[in-house]
Design a protein around this ligand. Sequence first.
Ligand code: HEC
Length: 218
Amino acid sequence: MRYLLYFILVFVAITAAVFGLVGLPGHLSRKPPLEVFPDMDRQAKLRPAQPNGFFANGLSSQLPPEGTVVRSAPVATAEGAVYAYQDVAFNTGRATGSTNFVETNPMTVDAAFLGRGRTQYDISCAPCHGALGDGNGITKKIGVMPAVANLHDQRLVEMTDGEIFNTITHGKGLMGAYGPMVAAEDRWAIVAYTRALQLSRLGMPEELSAEQRAALKK
Ligand code: HEC
């Protein structure tokens, strides 16, 4: 009997202590909640663009340190420097101020750019479209993506660079969008490399030099 009494007393005392500390449910308080671990909720900081004595020039927002790449840096294209927000072919695949796809790649296509396109193609596209672009990638082999477009189809050979860029950016049918994962510059490099893949099956012997033709005959 006595123990029961002790128990009840201790129970009431603990209950009172708990409610005293954390408050009643639904009870509004202007006091900040109890913080056992404050994490990093409050810490010393500098407000943006406010003068302070921390940096030598008195500003809390500093220019990026030398050698770093700014996320929103302009990209050098054949049409000049382009920012990501601009309505130009480099970003959209369409002629500025219209919905028409551009015919040709706005980047200067050289061997280095094609090499970049090959690397990016092998990473992002080859799993489905195959290393040769014929639609025989690993996903077809294991049966998870049965109907993948053959990039050598006449329709896709005749398609404008801008529309291919648009397909890579936004996806099509079962194909997902690669815009969020592959930088615009690399998407154009992929377009250029796709053209190289297509040309590899459309080239004529007459287009080769005499030496190349001789090497081919061997
Ligand atoms: C996960 C598999 C997959 C990947 C990866 C993939 N594709 Fe596709 N792609 C498809 C499928 C499936 C289609 C057919 C879509 C349809 O018509 O429904 C297609 C269609 C296309 C087409 C034709 C679109 C049209 O107008 O008919 C092009 C061009 C293309 N892909 C290029 C690319 C390029 C370039 C990449 C790499 C950035 C890529 N794809 C990555 C699965 C993929």
